[in-house]
Design a protein around this ligand. Sequence first.
Ligand code: ATR
Length: 285
Amino acid sequence: MTTKQTQQMHACVIGDPIAHSLSPLLHGAWIKAANINAKYARRHATKKEFNQAVKDCFSDPRFVGMNVTLPHKEAAKKIADCIDDTVKQAGAANLLTRKNGQLYARNTDIEGFSAPLLKARTVQHWKNTNIVILGAGGAARAALIGALSLKPGRIQIINRTQARAQVLAEGFGDKVEALDWSKREEALADASLLVNASSAGMTGKPPLDLSLQHISGDALVYDLIYTPQMTPLLCDAKAKGCAILGGLDMLIAQAKPSFEAFFGVPPPQHTDVKGLLLQALGEVS
Ligand code: ATR
């Protein structure tokens, strides 16, 4: 041990289902690389059990915080004593920690979405660009808020059920519009960024019904799905010469601020967590 801290710190990810969560592998690798005395577990809780599970965890003084995954992200917002702006914007939280003795909720999915885009291209690059987001669920909402932080010229939300896209676009001003599903391919013609925030293309689900015929090879295609990491959409985008980002990039980027919030140090940069996660998913890095 390099620190004087003696008491082991505990953190976890909570959800239902939770068995396949990659967060313990990710945080475990960082804990080991950072050489800190900590343990990161997975905890199963149904919707009914969630509030009590949170209370139980935080009643242990060694417990430093939890990542919250489906279906508890809205409940995590409700149970918190204080929430930050990210939670207000997203309407949901994925991180619970203590702050001045209170339960503090944050949403790192927004940063998790935008950080890889800012690593791939400069802030300046994204200004006034056109962004297309497919989907209208929780993932699309986090993507929309993250995309707005890039100061694009226009964001088009396109969802199979258009009414949901309209509901999502409401309240974000003229810059954000909902388009009919039939317009999804022509919308790509002047898009600098295409985001798949729908669940189409996930292992066990049908692939996304989308031709990339009109997209420019300069565009970046970002699929938020990580099972598989190389979705049919990303394979098509790569063949087209587009830059690509996958769901693991977002998963890792949303976990970084969580790790720092739990353990007080940033995750060590040299650890190849993406390679580790790909291995766990049975894919080669
Ligand atoms: P999450 O909160 O994780 O985003 P969700 O609310 O279940 O999950 O949303 C899944 C999204 O994927 C929805 O936008 C859904 O479209 P509908 O609103 O029309 O259901 C979209 N989706 C699921 N399967 C799809 C498919 N085969 N093609 C296109 N979109 C699909």
